[in-house]
Design a protein around this ligand. Structure first.
Ligand SMILES: NC(=O)c1ccc[n+]([C@@H]2O[C@H](COP(=O)([O-])OP(=O)(O)OC[C@H]3O[C@@H](n4cnc5c(N)ncnc54)[C@H](O)[C@@H]3O)[C@@H](O)[C@H]2O)c1
Length: 418
């Protein structure tokens, strides 16, 4: 099977790291064992466009254990772990097309290489593969049974497609499972974003003013972890209830135009574009750090930053320093791409365990139910979501109570009151 990776000789290093992640992915491990026995995906061609990380490798191998014929490309040009890509390509028979730092042409060529295998299931993180398939290869859509989508931004794009009648096959929104967004987006993005900022800059966060733009699931995680590091956290929002929640959590909430003056570190996690603009950069302090953990690299206005700068240099790996005309220096991390994947290793395996358990079970569900599904966005079935939570608790050695018959009846009745 063909592949395009940076260096196949990195495979053994990648293998060790994949195994290390597997140690924190017990739920996916159980699914893999069952898939191995039952082969529910026998012969199904799966085309995945995901961040090529150790956790994704475990997902790909789980699908392959279920009998699927799997190929994989990157969902972001900077998120690939080259040793992992090498291990998948060389050792697992997974057609892998991903190189960290690939340019935009290569990124889309790699998506094309996966689509050349005529996938029957698409698995996306950001809906780029679905979008290319619909725009450039509509003739292949008849082959497709359905797909899955991993992230908030991808689900927004798919819902927009469905609303316009443009979506041509069913897609399960894995992001909307409770066992995905309540954990992955919050605890995963929270920890890995802070990890990336620290690895890239080695700056002390204690005592700094840390501005989080967007207080959704990811923003909550980043804000709480920054507070845990001793930073003074400021939140900016556009949605009143989210802003109110941030206020009552004890954060300072203010417009970005004000926060720009006081922030030492800025992180965007909105899924929106041009959140940090030139007018904000003009107010920022010397040495300010700008990072994005939202899906696309459009949250920080990079063209505006470049236009304001009189000089730029890469001062550390993943840190580009932009010097303004008045001598102030602003530091952009990971080229404004998902910082946690560009400058660190993405989410820890323990949360990806749940996200990818949902992915595997959602693929199995699509294959089983393809005949009756319509071309729209489906939620992950509730019983799958609850099963993932049950298995995760079990793996963590945590037991919970069960309802007594009396409680069961009470919770479904209305007669009993004061
Ligand atoms: N880095 C990662 O590994 C990772 C993981 C999961 C999700 N994501 C991505 O992160 C982004 C956010 O995801 P989420 O699940 O938190 O979404 P969400 O919808 O829960 O939250 C986004 C928040 O941003 C706010 N917002 C929108 N425009 C804004 C603006 N101009 N200024 C301030 N706030 C604004 C919204 O009101 C909302 O509360 C998405 O692009 C998602 O795909 C990244």
């Amino acid at each position: 099977m063909g592949y395009d990776v940076r260096d196949p000789s990195m495979a053994s290093q990648g293998r060790e790291r994949i195994e290390w992640a597997a140690g924190e992915m017990p739920v996916l491990g159980l699914i893999r064992e069952r898939f191995d026995k039952e082969r529910p995906l026998e012969g199904v061609r799966v085309g995945a466009c995901l961040h090529v990380t150790t956790e994704t490798a475990n997902l790909m191998e789980t699908l392959a254990a279920g009998g699927a014929d799997v190929s994989l490309c990157a969902s972001n040009p900077l998120s690939t772990q080259d040793d992992v890509a090498a291990a998948l390509a060389e050792q697992s028979g997974i057609g892998t097309f991903a190189i960290k730092g690939e340019d935009t042409d290569t990124f889309f060529r790699h998506i094309g290489a996966v689509l050349d295998r005529r996938p029957q299931i698409t698995m996306d993180d950001g809906a780029d593969m679905v979008s290319v398939l619909h725009r450039e290869r509509p003739d292949q859509i008849a082959d497709v049974l359905g797909g899955t989508e991993e992230t908030t931004t991808g689900v927004i794009r798919l819902r927009a497609m469905a609303a316009e009648g443009a979506l041509k096959y069913p897609i399960v929104s894995v992001n909307d499972a409770d066992t995905k967004h309540l954990f992955d987006n919050r605890f995963g993005t929270g920890q890995s974003t802070i990890d990336a900022i620290m690895r890239a800059t080695n700056r002390l966060l204690a005592g700094k003013t840390f501005v989080v733009c967007g207080y959704g699931m990811c923003g909550r995680g980043v804000a709480s972890r920054a507070r845990g590091m001793g930073a003074h956290v400021v939140v900016t929002e556009v949605e009143p209830t989210m802003a109110l929640e941030a206020v009552m959590e004890g954060y300072r909430v203010m417009p970005l135009a004000e926060a720009a003056r006081v922030g030492d570190v800025f992180v965007t996690v909105t899924g929106d574009k041009s959140v940090i603009r030139g007018e904000h950069m003009e107010r920022m302090k010397d040495g300010a750090i700008l990072a994005n953990s939202g899906h696309f690299d459009v949250e920080i206005d990079k063209p505006a930053l470049a236009a304001l700068a009189v000089a730029t240099r890469r001062i550390r790996e993943f840190v580009d320093e932009y010097t303004m005309v008045d001598g102030r220096r602003l530091n952009l991390l990971g080229e404004g791409r998902l910082v946690n994947l560009a400058a660190a290793e993405g989410h820890p395996a323990a949360v990806m365990d749940m996200s990818f358990a949902n992915q595997s079970l959602a693929v199995e569900w699509v294959v089983q139910n393809a005949a009756s599904l319509e071309p729209r966005v489906y939620e992950v079935p509730r019983d799958i979501d609850l099963e993932v939570a049950r298995l995760k608790l079990h793996a963590m050695g945590v037991e919970i109570d069960t309802l007594t018959p009396e409680q069961e009846e009470y919770l479904h009745s209305w007669q009993e009151g004061t």
